[in-house]
Structures are given as structure tokens and as C-alpha cells.
Ligand binder design. Structure first.
Ligand code: NA7
Length: 544
């Protein structure tokens, strides 16, 4: 991976720009490329000391894709696609981070990226029709447009327990893993959380830690990943599929190269089972996203598919006590993010791995030497790993002090109720665009590069339209934003995931107003609607 030193914007400098992009992850990198292609002056501010966004920060042991590498891709350039070869069906964090560095080098992006530069505030100045942006390095940027590509899972929930600062051992949040790594060999390690992250950490550390104690509040349904290392023949085969991916992925439901082919109600119980078994054996997210679409909306179908997975999990554990702790019982399959795993359940059959249920006996505090539960039990630990998740969707945006027209605070605005127009803009915040923001598929329910690419292309075309038509400012009307929120809620009400507690609805953060974060109508349908708006000359958006 190339890590050339590029001179940063000097502290104290005031930089004039057409476009400021926040974040050098999958989204921001592409946006910088697009802005340059449109002939605009653009720069990225990135809080991290390297590029990659999620793939820079989440370097915890075991981190890897749950999307298949060949479809976790940019689709705009045949050359970019072909000149990179994935080594595995589900790539590791290291490989994805290397790929994003390859993208930055191939598109010659680095000289317009300020690393170690967090945006702290952005204030709209109506008198000059510009945003004034302050950064953690003391730079000021004056820009016509801000495109916030700060990620839907990039505000980690770090300070969660009283006493954390007093812990004498090592304490980590998975999304702030040290670049130098952590030596956990032979140590007493505690893991809090069993979401997609906790699962990957546990299966990676079970062979390494001396004792691994996993604190389980809500177990997740787990699907076994069938990973393979690619041979030269495999690589050629997946690359030859690129044109088909370009055609299919953008119009698909979730940006993946599979779709449900059958309706549950049309089939005999035997045929249903055959299809479930075949999707399960595929070892990918296909079981969740492309076995039967009814599992998202029909409680009876969901109950049967949930029972199928529970039986698989119980059979693997073959242990009543562990099944009680690790097999979900009180919510339906697929109504929370379904992680893929690779030996997660079997890890608990090792003598050094322990499952501690903490739903009815919650973690009360971190003590100087371990974790204390509500009943007073203390677990002595050398290291604590917090796989406790994120303030998803809204968190990364709200941590920046955005002030729109008349000083309107984004943070306060969303505290009353999370609202956007198509997850792209908000009334009251002229010339502010977002990707991965609430109420678009890219807030959660998508193979991220596919949905983010579309949003970035829409934004780039929109800015070009405004400027070519002599405009200075674009902002959605309050009415179109309201209409989108109403439509979003209508779709959300029809899916079971809006009824289950998880980060998908914001219930993992105390006080966060509940609303399904991602648009559940599908990436293809969302794309069609956004393109209609563009073709109509951005009706519902005020341009002046
Ligand atoms: P998640 O999916 O939000 O998981 C966080 C886990 O941490 C989950 O099991 C939580 O239990 C647990 N948690 C959080 N706070 C506590 C406390 N106080 N006590 C015990 N357990 C706690 O985050 P991930 O990082 O795993 O995944 C986020 C997304 O990143 C993932 O879906 C992928 O798309 C990538 P809970 O379920 O709230 O009971």
C-alpha cells in the first residue's frame, strides 16, 4: 500500500473551494473523483490518519467483508475493476483497506485529501452563499457545497460503562483498534457485544486468548460463511462478470448479485426446505436477502425460517445451556443485521471460551481489574474489547456542529425526529449533501459501494445542473422532505425490522428518536425515484 506523504493544508490557512467532502472512505473517494471530472475544486477532510473510512478504523482481529468481494466494488471503471484482484470471496479488512489505497492511487486522489483533519463545525452564511467549515487542525474552508460522506457506522459507542477510565488493563473499542495491533496472546480477554463485529472478534481470538469471556445481551442469528481463496481461474471468472454486475447491481433490491426467485406460498413444505438448505449452503448473505422475500414482511413465514436457523444453531452447539444464551429466542430472523460467521458457535465449545448472559444481569461497571455485573459478580480481565456498536446513521453527522439557515442546528433538528429528503439533503441546510444518511437504502440496507456510488453520481449531476443553470443554491422544500418521510414511514411500517429493537431503528442509543434508518423500498426503486427527480429538473428542490 502506498502511503506517500502529501503536504497538508497548513494550520491557520483559509481555503476557498467549490466543494468540501467530509470523509475519505468508499463514498468520499469517489465523490472527489467525480467533482474533479466536473471541473470543480474539491478537497477531502478526513479525521483518520489514513484513507479507507470504515476500513481504516475497523482493524480489529477478524474484521472482514460480509459482502462478496467481487461485488463490493465501484462499477464506473472497467479498468479500475480489472486491475485489482481479490484473494478471497470475503476479503479481510487489510485487503479492503489496501484496495481503497489502490483506488486513491489509481485516481491520483491523495493530493486533495487532508488526513488527521476532522471537521468540527460547518456554518451556512446566507450573505455569501457559502459554508464556513472549521477543522480540528485549525484550518478554515469556505466552500459553496459540502458533501458529507462521513459514514453510517462511524460514530462508535465508546464510553458506555462507569469506571472505564479506571481500568488498569487494556480497553479497546473495535472501531478504534490501534494501528500497531494488540498483543492478547494468553491473556484474560472480555468481549462485550455479539453483533457482526463481536462475532468476528470472538472467532478470531478464541485460539489466541488465554481465557475469552463473551458478555452476551442479545444473541444474533448466525449464518456460516463459506469463504474460499481465489485461484487465477476464479479471478478471471469473476472479472468476466463485470458487465453483468454493472447492469444488475444498481437496479437490484440491495446492491447484491442475487434476488429471491420463489414465493413461499406457492411452494410445498418440501420444496421450501430444499430452497432454504440450498441458500444456507451458499454460505453468503443469500439466505437472508434472497431465499424468500416474505421473511421481511410476513410473521408466519418469518417464524418458520427463524425456526430453521435456530435448529441449525442448536445442532451445532449441542449444548442446552449454550443454546439458551447464544440462540435468539425473542425476535425473528433477518429483522436485525444478519452476520456471517466462521466457527463462532464452535468457539464456545473450547474450554477457554465462556458465554456470560447479561440481559437480566447487566454489566454494571468496569472496575480497575475487570467487569462487574448488577448482581455483584466480578469477572477479572486483562483486556476489555467493546464490540458495542455505533450511533448509526445520524451519529457521524450530528457530531459535527452543522448550522444551516438562521443558525438551525442539525443535531437539534434530528433530536426531534430523523428526517431527510431522500437521504440526500435537508430543508434548512442549503448546499449540504449527504451520503449514507438516514432514509436512503445506503443508511443500512445495501451492499454499500453500490448504493453510495449512485448517491454520489446523483449529487455530482445535481451540482453540475445548478451551476450550469446559473444557480448558486439548492435546497429541498419542506414539503418534498415531508412527503419522502411519509413514504419512508409507510414502507417501514410494512417490514418486520422496524418492529425489532436494533441499531436499524436507533434503539441502541438512549434517547434517540425511533425511526427505521434505511429506506426499505429497495435500492432499485430508490434509484428510479431519484432519477425521476433529476429528469424533472429537480422538482421539489428550490434552486436559485
Ligand atoms: P451492533 O450490531 O450494534 O452490536 C453491538 C453489540 O453490543 C450488541 O450485541 C449489543 O447488545 C451489545 N451491547 C451494546 N451495549 C451493551 C451493553 N451495555 N451491555 C451488553 N451488551 C451491549 O454493532 P456491531 O459493531 O457488531 O455491528 C454494527 C454494524 O457494523 C454491523 O451490523 C455491520 O453492518 C457492520 P444488544 O443487541 O443491544 O442487546
Amino acid at each position: 500500500m502506498s502511503n506517500k506523504i502529501i503536504e497538508k493544508t497548513p494550520a491557520g490557512a483559509v481555503v476557498e473551494l467549490d466543494v468540501l467532502i467530509i470523509g475519505a472512505g468508499v463514498s468520499g473517494l469517489y465523490q472527489l473523483h467525480l467533482m474533479r471530472e466536473k471541473g470543480l475544486t474539491a478537497r477531502i477532510c478526513e479525521a483518520g490518519s489514513g484513507i479507507g473510512g470504515t476500513w481504516f478504523w475497523n482493524r480489529y482481529p477478524g474484521a472482514r467483508l460480509d459482502s462478496e468481494s467481487p461485488s463490493y466494488q465501484y462499477l464506473f471503471s472497467d479498468e479500475l475493476y480489472r486491475n485489482w484482484s481479490w484473494s478471497e470471496r470475503f476479503a479481510t479488512q487489510t485487503e479492503v483497506e489496501a484496495w481503497l489505497n489502490y483506488v486513491a492511487d489509481s485516481l491520483v486522489l491523495r493530493q486533495d485529501i487532508d488526513l488527521d483533519t476532522a471537521v468540527t463545525s460547518a456554518v451556512w452564511d446566507e450573505s455569501i452563499l457559502r459554508w464556513t467549515v472549521q477543522t480540528s487542525r485549525g484550518t478554515t474552508l469556505r466552500t459553496r457545497f459540502v458533501i458529507a460522506c462521513c459514514g453510517m457506522l462511524s460514530a462508535p459507542l465508546t464510553d458506555q460503562f462507569p469506571g472505564q477510565q479506571l481500568f488498569k488493563g487494556q480497553i479497546f473499542h473495535t472501531a478504534r483498534w490501534p494501528a500497531t495491533g494488540a498483543d492478547l496472546a494468553g491473556k484474560r480477554v472480555g468481549v462485550i457485544g455479539t453483533g457482526a463485529t463481536g462475532i468476528q472478534v470472538v472467532q478470531a481470538l478464541a485460539p489466541v486468548a488465554g481465557e475469552l469471556t463473551v458478555f452476551v445481551r442479545t444473541p444474533h442469528y448466525a449464518l456460516p460463511m463459506q469463504n474460499v481463496r481465489y485461484s487465477a481461474v476464479d479471478i478471471e471468472a469473476y472479472k468476466s462478470n463485470f458487465r453483468a454486475l454493472q447492469d444488475r447491481l444498481p437496479i437490484s433490491f440491495g446492491g447484491f448479485d442475487f434476488a429471491p426467485e420463489y414465493a413461499w406460498r406457492d411452494l410445498s413444505p418440501e420444496r421450501r426446505l430444499e430452497i432454504l438448505e440450498a441458500c444456507y449452503a451458499d454460505g453468503s448473505l443469500k439466505f437472508w436477502l434472497a431465499s424468500f422475500a416474505e421473511l421481511f414482511v410476513d410473521e408466519e413465514v418469518n417464524a418458520e425460517i427463524s425456526a430453521f436457523i435456530r435448529a441449525k444453531m442448536r445442532a451445532r452447539l449441542n449444548d442446552d445451556r449454550l443454546s439458551e444464551i447464544l440462540v435468539p429466542a425473542d425476535y425473528g430472523f433477518g429483522t436485525r443485521r444478519v452476520p456471517l460467521e466462521n466457527g463462532f458457535l464452535e468457539a464456545f465449545l473450547q474450554p477457554n471460551v465462556h458465554a456470560v448472559p447479561v440481559k437480566s444481569n447487566p454489566i454494571a461497571a468496569v472496575t480497575p481489574t475487570g467487569l462487574q455485573l448488577a448482581d455483584g459478580t466480578v469477572h477479572e480481565l486483562d483486556a476489555i474489547i467493546m464490540a458495542t456498536g455505533f450511533d448509526a446513521g445520524t451519529g457521524a453527522f450530528a457530531r459535527i456542529d452543522f448550522r444551516g439557515r438562521d443558525g438551525l442546528s442539525l443535531r437539534d433538528h434530528w433530536q426531534k425526529g430523523v428526517s431527510t429528503a431522500f437521504g440526500l439533503q435537508m430543508n434548512g441546510f442549503p448546499n449540504l449533501f449527504m451520503t449514507g444518511a438516514p432514509l436512503a437504502p445506503s443508511a443500512a440496507l445495501c451492499n454499500m459501494p453500490i448504493c453510495l456510488q449512485f448517491q454520489n453520481e446523483w449529487i455530482a449531476d445535481c451540482i453540475e445542473h445548478v451551476l450550469e443553470n446559473g444557480g448558486h443554491v439548492i435546497e429541498p422544500t419542506a414539503q418534498i422532505e415531508r412527503e419522502w418521510v411519509e413514504h419512508h414511514d409507510l414502507v417501514a411500517d410494512s417490514v418486520l425490522m422496524s418492529k425489532t429493537d436494533s441499531w436499524y431503528v436507533g434503539s441502541n442509543v438512549a434517547g434517540k428518536p425511533r425511526r427505521l434508518l434505511a429506506y426499505a423500498g429497495g435500492a432499485g426503486a430508490y434509484r428510479t425515484r431519484c432519477l425521476e427527480i433529476a429528469e424533472s429538473g429537480y422538482s421539489g428542490f428550490d434552486i436559485h
